[in-house]
Write a protein that binds this ligand. Structure first.
Ligand code: PMV
Length: 319
C-alpha cells in the first residue's frame, strides 16, 4: 500500500475575533505559506491496530494506545474510525509535520486535525467529505480551545476566505482587489482558551458593555466585507485599526502587540491589529506594495520573531 499524504494550510483572522464567539460575524483567510502535512504509511509487519504516531513539532513519538482519550490526535483518529464504522485499523505509521508556529494564532491545531482526518480517511479507503472533516475538526477544537466559534476549522477545511457566523452555513468571501497582508509573530505564546475565558468572565460581569463592544466589532466586520466585495474606498485598513482599538477595550491586547501595531502604522501600513486570541501571538498589517519592506523592517525592529507576507488574491484580473 503506497503512503498517503494530505496537507492543510494555516489561517489568519482578518477581523471579528472574540465577538464571533458571541454570534457576530468574522472574516478569516487561509495562509498558504505555512502548512501541515500528514503522511500515513502501512506497516504490514506490525500487529493489526498498532498505530505509531510521530509528531516532532510537539515532541511526540508514541503508539495510539498510550495517548489519553482526550488527547487531540487520539480524539481525531477515534472520530474518523467511528464515522467510518471501522473497528480494526491496519498497522501504520502516522507522521505529522507542520511549519505553522504553535500557539501563535495561525490555526496550527485545526490544520493538524484537518490534514490528519483527510489522510486517515483516505488511507482507510473512504475519504470523508469536507462537511464531515469540518465537523470532526470542530469537535477536536473544543478539546484545544473550550468554546471555539468554529471559524478556524471552517477556513482551514475549505481553504477559502470566509465571512463566518457561528452556526450558519459556509459563506465564501468575495474579494475584488487582492492585497498584501503582513503577519508578525510577537513571539509571546498565548492560550486562546485562556483569553476567550477571560472575555467571558468580563462579559458576565458587565454584559451590557461587552455586548455593545461585540456589536461594534460586528459592524466593523460587515463594513470590511462590503469594501472587500465592492473595492470601494476607503481602504479596509482603517477599519482593521478600529477593530484593534475595540479589541483593546475587550482587554485582550498587551503593550507588545500595541507597540507592533503602532510600528506598522508609522511605517506606512494602511491598517493594523492583533489577530486571533490576543495576549500574545500575532499582529497583522494591510500594506501597499511600496510599503511592504518598510513595514516588515519596522515589525522586526520592534521585536517580531517571524514575519510572513501573504498575498490575498482578488477576483479582478491584472490589466
Ligand atoms: O487564536 P486563534 O487565532 O485560534 O483565534 C481565536 C479566535 C477567537 O475568536 C478568539 C476564538 C474563536 O473560537 O473564534
Amino acid at each position: 500500500m503506497p503512503a498517503i499524504s494530505s496537507t492543510a494550510p494555516g489561517k489568519v483572522i482578518l477581523c471579528g475575533e472574540h465577538a464571533v464567539v458571541y454570534g457576530q460575524p468574522a472574516i478569516a483567510l487561509p495562509v498558504q505559506q505555512v502548512r501541515t502535512k500528514t503522511t500515513i504509511t502501512a506497516r504490514p509487519a506490525a500487529a493489526t491496530g498498532e498505530l505509531h504516531i510521530i509528531a516532532p513539532d510537539i515532541q511526540l513519538d508514541t503508539i495510539f494506545e498510550s495517548l489519553e482519550p482526550d488527547q487531540p490526535l487520539r480524539a481525531a483518529i477515534t472520530h474518523v474510525t467511528e464515522e467510518l464504522a471501522i473497528h480494526s485499523l491496519p498497522a501504520c505509521e502516522i507522521r505529522i509535520n507542520t511549519t505553522i508556529p504553535l500557539a501563535a494564532g495561525l490555526g496550527s491545531s485545526a490544520s493538524v486535525t484537518v490534514s490528519l482526518v483527510r489522510a486517515l480517511s483516505q488511507f482507510l479507503g473512504h475519504p470523508l467529505p469536507d462537511e464531515t472533516v469540518n465537523q470532526i475538526t470542530y469537535e477536536v477544537e473544543k478539546i484545544h480551545h473550550g468554546t471555539p466559534s468554529g471559524i478556524d476549522n471552517t477556513v482551514i477545511t475549505y481553504e477559502t476566505p470566509v465571512f463566518f457566523k457561528k452556526g450558519e452555513s459556509l459563506k465564501r468571501l468575495d474579494i475584488l482587489n487582492g492585497f498584501s497582508l503582513v503577519i508578525a509573530d510577537s513571539g509571546i505564546p498565548s492560550s486562546t482558551a485562556e483569553t476567550v475565558a477571560g472575555v467571558r468572565q468580563r462579559w458576565q460581569q458587565n454584559t451590557e458593555k461587552y455586548d455593545h463592544l461585540f456589536a461594534k466589532i460586528g459592524n466593523t466586520v460587515t463594513r470590511v466585507r462590503e469594501i472587500l466585495r465592492t473595492g470601494h474606498l476607503p481602504d479596509h485598513g482603517t477599519l482593521l485599526t478600529e477593530n484593534h482599538h475595540l479589541l483593546c477595550e475587550l482587554g485582550v491586547s498587551i503593550p507588545t502587540l500595541d507597540n507592533l501595531v503602532n510600528a506598522a502604522l508609522e511605517a506606512g501600513a494602511s491598517g493594523a491589529k492583533l489577530s486571533g486570541g490576543g495576549g500574545g501571538g500575532n499582529v497583522i498589517a494591510v500594506v501597499k506594495p511600496e510599503t511592504v519592506n518598510r513595514v516588515v523592517d519596522a515589525l522586526r525592529t520592534f521585536g517580531a520573531v517571524s514575519v510572513i507576507v501573504t498575498e490575498i488574491a482578488g477576483m479582478k484580473r491584472e490589466k
